[in-house]
Ligand binder design. Structure first.
Ligand code: 5GP
Length: 192
């Protein structure tokens, strides 16, 4: 994704000072994932899904989520890059790494880190639908409903969050902070 304009070119700023506050704690994430994992296991009983993880941001969520699903799921990965400038996501997505597993006839569950405008995921889902899966649903850890530009049905949602730029638990700022075990808000005022 493109970073907000205010976060670009911030060399010289101590990265640790960019964290304003914890938005979602490690414990809250763990508890929510246990609930979602249970729901997925119940909904997909007898038809274990092929879980498609959208790299890179969703890798931490995926790792915890699959261990909370008591079903023989399969997992595959896709990497995409979206074109856009500043805060705008164009929705035009280039597949950088495609799936190894054929999804035709499969029950596909796409795992995302965050849905913002929805443009990226909307494009991705359309391109996966062309491969004729039996079903396709979305599981996202975070959603920013206020930012939505296209309607996209989210079957499983971890948390609804306000329109703030967040990092941690897989989400990056300039490729850093993915290893924070919680979700934090970036303090944009420190960047000006
Ligand atoms: P969309 O197409 O929905 O506008 O963009 C979704 C992508 O933007 C996400 O997969 C993620 O990579 C990125 N993104 C959106 N909001 C945030 C945010 O608050 N923090 C981070 N680190 N990435 C974000």
């Amino acid at each position: 994704m493109s970073l907000p304009r205010t976060l670009q070119g911030v060399s010289g700023v101590d990265p640790n000072e960019l964290i304003a506050e914890t938005l979602i704690s490690e414990v809250a994430i763990r508890e929510r994932i246990a609930v979602i994992g249970g729901e997925i296991a119940r909904d997909y009983a007898g038809r274990p899904p092929l879980i498609v993880c959208v790299l890179k941001g969703a890798f931490v969520f995926l790792a915890d989520l699959v261990r909370a699903i008591d079903l023989p799921v399969s997992v595959d990965f896709m990497a995409i890059s979206s074109y856009g400038s500043g805060t705008q996501t164009s929705g035009i997505v280039r597949i950088v790494k495609d799936l190894d597993i054929t999804i035709e006839g499969r029950d596909v569950l796409v795992v995302e880190d965050i849905v913002d405008s929805g443009l990226t995921l909307s494009y991705l889902v359309k391109s996966l639908q062309a491969r004729r899966p039996r079903s396709i649903e979305i599981c996202t850890l975070l959603t920013k409903p206020d930012r939505r530009e296209v309607e996209i049905p989210l079957r499983y949602v971890g948390f609804e969050i306000p329109n703030r730029f967040v990092i941690g638990y897989g989400l990056d700022f300039d490729e850093r902070f993915r290893n924070l075990p919680y979700i934090a808000v970036v303090d944009e005022s420190k960047l000006t």
